[in-house]
Design a protein around this ligand. Sequence first.
Ligand code: A3P
Length: 318
Amino acid sequence: KHNLKGDDFHAHEEFFLSLPKEKAWGIPIYLYQHFWYRLDFLPSIISFLKHFQPKHDDVFITSFPKSGTTWLKALAFATMKRSCFIPSQDNHPLLHSNPHTLVPFIDLEFYNDPNNVNPDLSIFSEPRLFATHIPFPSLSSPILNSNCKIIYICRNPFDSFISYWHFYNNISSRKGTLEEAFERYCEGIHPFGPFWNHHLGYWKASKEKPNKVLFLKYEDLKENPNFELKRMAHFLDCPFSEEEENSGVIDSIIELCSFGKMKKLEANNSGKTMLKIDHKHFFRKGESGDWVNYISPDMAEKLFKVMEEKYSRSGLSF
Ligand code: A3P
């Protein structure tokens, strides 16, 4: 029904403003193709979906916000580019650049100029590595039909919520309480939400097309990074050789991308992303289960019920 022909917000203001609207996290959000978006992100997302042409070996890091995207960007970059950049060496790009600089949010950062719908992507060496929060059902046919691969990182919805709460506190002068935001979250009304449909879209795709979509969990990566990294490298058609494994390449990547290491780096404590967010805000606590310090048992019960209902029979659990 909502078929947008152009990319410029101003030229299509009427279209955007006709979308169903709600308020969450103190800002208006709009329903586009069954997911909620900030208005300022929609033109870039739509332009990207319309104009981006994938290459056969592109890799997409995908996620619902605050699920460990930064971590996965770093792990995927270090793994895929290990023949050019040795993970244990002092000159590794991840020691000097923030993961969001090395692996950009391609839609939000490169398709945000309505006067340039074909941005210069030649700066990216192949295989190219990009990221997006776009839900699976909205991805464009060229992306779905090409050979490019998609890695999704999923995190316990409680922890993503609390992570977002802190992040949003840092980056905006939001009004509203944690309780209000939580209510809306349980209703699925929040940027890139409902979170369960975001998770389930990629989950189902990973089951149907395991060579196309790899579904990782933040908690599994924390618990068994070695195993998960090997899964990822195998999926990316660049498995670790026995020699690499024995010489500690996997361990070097895990260490290079570890929360403790990354949080301390100058590159992650200074500077901003292209969306003008301080790099430091992407590194808070890096733990699983921190939500219990913020969400009361009564509130938790509500979200547990939502999760029980939404994930039932999907095979996805937390
Ligand atoms: P917390 O706020 O719970 O600490 P995203 O990258 O999708 O924006 O997610 C941010 C969350 O991932 C934050 O969670 C952040 O601390 C955590 N994170 C960032 N880098 C990490 C790393 N290298 N290892 C583990 N967690 C990391």
